[in-house]
Ligand binder design. Structure first.
Ligand SMILES: [Zn+2]
Length: 253
């Protein structure tokens, strides 16, 4: 039966190519979702060989125009090691701090999205009001540090990194959403899309005035473990990847 399988690699070069292609697809998926906001927003994936370097989207290039040949490789100090474009300084501080503090994090996503930003004004974690929200049960955190301030200072990046810990996602108060994955950029990108949707759904429910029923702790934990794990995030993203690869072949230029 045809079913996607997580690939294995015989060399760093092969794995690097895979990670870069999937990073480009994740950025294009963000464009499709309308997650662009000027030059804000950044997605990162760690290099498989040089683990203190990560691939990211170039600053001031629209998400829809990101491709293999304009990705940049940056180090933890914000130096561009490979590529012609600049790195987003604010993005660098947040991402590099979280990557540095949590070496097992492979990939991260951040963007200024409408519903995520709206929900992040509340300073509250998501309520477990759907199976989709349950995928974030005890796996996301509200970060109030540096709330609403552009995170260009190293210290603010550090405090955010400490609070992020091992969670899948953070709701950065007065700022927006962050997701991270120990598995792949595919996983981080899918759960970012899912988290934005969860914020939208909870805002809709609250605006309706209807008191929602909540998922029990046991069911929420079950959902997170069975339909909310890393592999499922990766698997969800393969539908998006295959669609983009077929319809936007220029992303591999
Ligand atoms: Zn931001």
């Amino acid at each position: 039966m045809i079913f996607p399988e997580v690939p294995t690699f015989s060399s760093f070069a092969e794995e690097r190519e895979y990670r870069k292609k999937h990073l480009v697809a994740a950025v294009r998926a963000f464009a499709q979702q309308g997650f662009d906001y000027g030059f804000a927003g950044h997605l990162t994936v760690r290099d498989p060989e040089h683990k203190d370097l990560y691939w990211t989207n170039p600053m001031c290039v629209h998400f829809s125009q990101v491709k293999l040949s304009n990705l940049i490789l940056a180090d933890h100090d914000g130096n561009v090691v490979e590529g012609k474009y600049a790195v987003n300084r604010a993005g660098f501080v947040l991402h590099s701090s979280i990557h540095a503090a949590n070496p097992e994090i492979v990939a991260m996503c951040h963007a200024h999205t409408t519903y995520g930003t709206a929900w992040c004004t509340t300073g509250r974690p998501l309520d477990m009001i759907s199976q989709d929200a349950a995928c974030f049960y005890e796996n996301h955190v509200v970060i109030g540090a540096s709330a609403g301030a552009v995170a260009v200072e190293k210290q603010s990046g550090k405090s955010v990194a400490e609070m992020f810990g091992n969670n899948r996602a953070a709701l950065h108060q007065n700022h927006g959403l962050l997701t991270a994955s120990h598995h792949s950029i595919d996983d981080a990108a899918f759960w970012f899309i899912a988290l934005e949707r969860c914020c939208q759904v909870q805002l809709l429910v609250e605006a309706s005035g209807v008191k929602p029923k909540t998922v029990s702790e046991k069911s929420a934990r079950y959902s997170r473990e069975h339909v909310g794990n890393d592999f499922i995030g990766w698997l969800h993203f393969q539908t998006i990847y295959n669609h983009l690869a077929a319809t936007q072949p220029d992303m591999f230029d």
